[in-house]
Design a protein around this ligand. Structure first.
Ligand code: PEP
Ligand code: MG
Length: 326
């Protein structure tokens, strides 16, 4: 079966009824994927910068970061690369940055750390902006946003980074990249009417969104069977996000693991998602599956799934749909 997926890897990701789906890569965890994966995706929908920080013995300097980001941006050029600012805390720790908490997933994580350490955040933003000079395929994404103040403070620091750089390098044309937020804290889902006017795009982090909606630690084996993004409540939230983003004309995508499951991808496409970011190992499989399906059939399936009582029933319906249609 894997060979079959590979045979179609160079073909476009288009459904039977002609909808083009952008398939993007989640990168950063495997440090060297970019060399051989650029040609099979439409760009990078999530570049996890913290993975590289985790390999280091101390915070990398701005220059070191710039070199690294430039290598990543060039590998995928001219396709876009969505670089996420440092998302440490929770399960992701740096040996050289001590965080001791009783409840790390509800603690000092993601953007909270960046805003408490503006010197680190500014360094990272400046390194990204400089790496983008002459390329222009950078987009910046902010993790774990839960309130308007975080959006505004982040944008203010971004402006500071931009103006300081423009002043320091007057001969260079520093571009202003699109800035987006992750939707992964439940509160963020309800703020789209306001935030859609402040940011350029959003991307759903279904891993954390599932964890926080269901109050199930994504890393705790004891409750692993409760961690399920096919829970109808999660699906309804994902569906609402798509409708809200369409209504407010905010470009949206999804970059959690759900988009890399063929079953998840089908349901998301039915909801209106047209940009899905996933691990390299999922890309060809998802492409193969969606090329054999009509969006109108997926929509029919979705309406049935949204009315199911639990994840098990949703998956049963979705799997039999896939068997029936290919
Ligand atoms: C997510 O939470 O869904 C996500 C994509 O980010 P991470 O898995 O890195 O927390
Ligand atoms: Mg996350």
């Amino acid at each position: 079966l894997n060979n079959r997926f590979l045979e179609e890897q160079a073909l476009p990701a288009i459904t039977l009824d002609g909808e083009h789906i952008s398939l993007l890569l989640n990168a950063g965890l495997e440090l060297n994927t970019q060399q051989n994966s650029a040609h099979i995706c439409d760009g990078v929908g999530l570049y996890r910068t913290e993975a590289w920080f985790m390999q280091k013995g101390q915070f990398p300097s701005q220059q070191e970061q710039e070199n690294w980001y430039r290598e990543v941006l060039s590998s995928y050029y001219p396709n876009p690369v969505v670089m996420r600012t440092l998302d440490i805390g929770g399960d992701k720790v740096l040996d050289y940055f001590n965080i001791t908490e009783e409840n790390p997933f509800l603690g000092w994580r993601g953007i909270r750390i960046s805003l408490d350490h503006p010197e680190l955040f500014l360094d990272q933003l400046k390194a990204m902006l400089k790496a983008n000079i002459g390329l222009g395929n950078l987009k910046i994404m902010l993790p774990m946003i839960s309130g308007t103040d975080e959006v505004e403070e982040s944008l203010a620091l971004f402006n500071q980074a931009y103006y300081e750089l423009s002043e320091a390098f007057p001969e260079q044309l520093i571009e202003r990249p699109d800035i987006g937020i992750m939707l992964e804290v439940p509160s963020s889902v309800f703020m789209l009417p306001e935030w859609s006017r402040k940011v350029d795009f959003c991307s759903v982090g279904s891993n954390d969104l599932t964890q926080y909606l269901l109050a199930v630690d994504r890393a705790n084996a004891r409750v692993a069977d409760l961690f399920n993004p096919y829970h109808p409540a999660v699906l309804r939230v994902l569906n609402n996000i798509a409708s809200e983003c369409e209504h407010y004309e905010l470009p949206f995508s999804l970059c959690g693991e759900l988009g890399g499951d063929p079953e998840g991808a089908i349901l998301l496409i039915a909801m209106g998602y047209r940009r899905l970011s996933m691990n390299l190992s999922s890309l060809n499989k998802v492409k193969w599956v969606l090329r054999r399906l009509n969006v109108s059939d997926m929509e029919q399936l979705l309406s049935e799934c949204l009315a199911q009582p639990n994840a098990k029933q949703v998956l049963r319906l979705t799997r039999s749909f896939m068997i029936e249609h290919q």
